[in-house]
Design a protein around this ligand. Structure first.
Ligand code: ATR
Length: 279
């Protein structure tokens, strides 16, 4: 680490924060680009979040990322929000402006679409896309897909009323849970945004029979890197995109704002973040 008294400091606020991979990720880039700066984990309770964010300016931090469970609360605290963040209703990045005010943005949508573009270059937004889940992560993915030019985004969620509400709010459509035939018919992209398939959770129960073979299948879960959904899709010949790339790409805009370099997502970075265990 190259850290002098003039170094810039950013970090990630979460509760708990010890599982966050962001310090490793930003630390790799700080080293790679030989930047005088640091990126640190900040364990902040939900109760303390308002004071902690207001304190950023006072202690001279360049900004922070927000992770679970702070994304929605931080949205209500930031002084400035870009239109994308407003549509998503949550933020994961704060930049402290020169005047001390807090600029909030959501880079999860960017991270999602950049990951698909980098790892499935053949994907085109012409066919319908299917998003499983209707929580905060789904919101960012749906907005990303609509902004990428997908005209029909179908949301499927266990609690169907939630899928319908989200679809209506964002300009997507809803499909019934379990009616995979109708949901997947003619789709060009399928994305899981639920926690199903994460280590310790059961696999997502889904029937891929009608999913076109040229559709791309993606998961935002990245532990394990190959979820049961991705394994099933790969076996039947679909292109698959794992969730780690979304984490890596969502970090780019913050790093650029705090440290002045647009960092690259490379195989070396991936290997560093998975600790050499992933593929
Ligand atoms: P996040 O912000 O990470 O998206 P969330 O808002 O809690 O988290 O949303 C979790 C998503 O996973 C929801 O779509 C949830 O479905 P419900 O709306 O029906 O709760 C989905 N999910 C969680 N557990 C699930 C399960 N066992 N089967 C299917 N979907 C599940």
């Amino acid at each position: 680490m190259r850290l002098t008294g003039a170094g810039r400091v950013a970090g990630v606020m979460g509760w708990p924060v010890k599982h966050s991979r962001s310090p490793q990720l930003h630390g790799f880039w700080l080293e790679k680009y030989r930047i005088d700066g640091a990126y640190v984990p900040l364990a902040v309770t939900p109760n303390d979040l308002p004071a902690a964010l207001r304190g950023l300016r006072r202690i001279g931090l360049a900004g922070v990322n927000l992770t679970v469970p702070h994304k929605e609360q931080a949205f209500t605290i930031a002084d400035h929000l870009d239109p994308l963040a407003r549509r998503i209703g949550a933020i994961n990045t704060i930049v402290v402006r020169g005047d001390g005010s807090l600029e909030g943005s959501n880079t999860d949508a960017f991270g999602f679409i950049e990951n698909v573009r980098q790892n499935a270059p053949g994907w085109s937004p012409t066919a319908p896309a299917v998003v499983i889940g209707a929580g905060g992560a789904a919101r960012a993915v749906v907005v990303a897909l609509l902004d990428a030019g997908v005209r029909e985004v179908r949301i499927v969620n266990r609690t169907e009323a939630r899928a319908e509400r989200l679809a209506e709010e964002l300009g997507a459509t809803a499909r019934f849970w379990g009616d995979w035939k109708r949901a997947l018919d003619g789709a060009g992209l399928l994305v899981n945004t639920t926690t199903q398939g994460m280590a310790g959770e059961p696999a997502l129960e889904i029937d891929l029979a009608v999913l076109p073979k040229d559709a791309v299948v993606s998961d935002i879960v990245y532990v394990p890197l190959e979820t049961p959904l991705l394994a099933m899709a790969r076996r039947r010949g679909n292109a698959v995109v794992d969730g780690l790339g979304m984490l890596l790409h969502q970090a780019r805009p913050g790093f650029r704002a705090w440290f002045g370099v647009d960092p690259q997502v490379t195989p070396e970075l991936r290997a560093h973040v998975v600790g050499g265990r992933g593929r």
